[in-house]
Ligand binder design. Sequence first.
Ligand SMILES: NC(=O)c1ccc[n+]([C@@H]2O[C@H](COP(=O)([O-])OP(=O)(O)OC[C@H]3O[C@@H](n4cnc5c(N)ncnc54)[C@H](O)[C@@H]3O)[C@@H](O)[C@H]2O)c1
Length: 255
Amino acid sequence: MREAEKICVVTGASGGIGSCLVKKFTAAGSHVVMIGMAEAELEKTAETAGLPAERFSCYEADISDEEQVKTMVSRLRDRFGRADVLVNAAGIVGQYAETIDYSFANFRRIYEVNVFGTFLMMQNILPLMIEQRKGAIVNFGSVSGMRGYAYEIGYGSSKWAVIGMTQNAANEYGRYGIRINCVSPGWVNTGMMQATLESYRRLGMKGCEDSICLGALGRPARPEDIANAVYFLCSDEACHITGANLVVDGGMLLG
Ligand SMILES: NC(=O)c1ccc[n+]([C@@H]2O[C@H](COP(=O)([O-])OP(=O)(O)OC[C@H]3O[C@@H](n4cnc5c(N)ncnc54)[C@H](O)[C@@H]3O)[C@@H](O)[C@H]2O)c1
């Protein structure tokens, strides 16, 4: 299918990585369904990016709320009748603390957004893809979901879960021509990275600015570095890739 005919659904569309991806999809001629917590924020993102009006639609939904996800997907189905791509970029990093200090409310909220939200979006979009006998989904893991970094029991373990769910679902829906993959970034220069560094400073961690240069490439990713990898996994050029976890970390996990 030509990119120009695709309907691409992106959660976290006004975020650092999501907004970059929206630009990439629309530049290729796809129509992007932008999903986020506030419609005004999505509209602003589209305006700042200079997106042509016919290339995007904004849908407000908290992805952790089952009713909101169901309503939003049903509106999307009525309007477009299909969904060729789903990118689950929405996520929160939440609290940084040692396990004994971690608030259960924070732990639960991280799971509600990162784990339940990704699950709910897959569960509600997959029926459209099954009808089409085709589709591509990309979820967001993290290197935090591949190593046991300190202070991240909430965020880190939620990302292990996302990587796991990606493999469960990929195994189930390959027979319908649906590919489901994960991208796991290291440091990416967005608001989330700044918030993480701020938390490290509050915890009194020394040399936290240096940690963003730990990878072999010596710099954090730009949002577009991650968007390029996601775009590839969504494209027909990745037609034989499913269940993969593509690490885009500038060599951070090399140690
Ligand atoms: N920035 C990094 O260093 C980094 C590293 C590894 C993985 N990631 C992952 O990449 C993804 C994108 O991160 P980013 O850096 O663009 O973050 P970001 O904070 O810039 O954007 C995240 C977006 O998710 C949205 N969101 C949060 N909760 C939501 C909810 N309940 N419903 C709907 N939308 C919601 C926010 O409004 C925001 O637009 C996330 O899943 C994140 O965990 C980021």
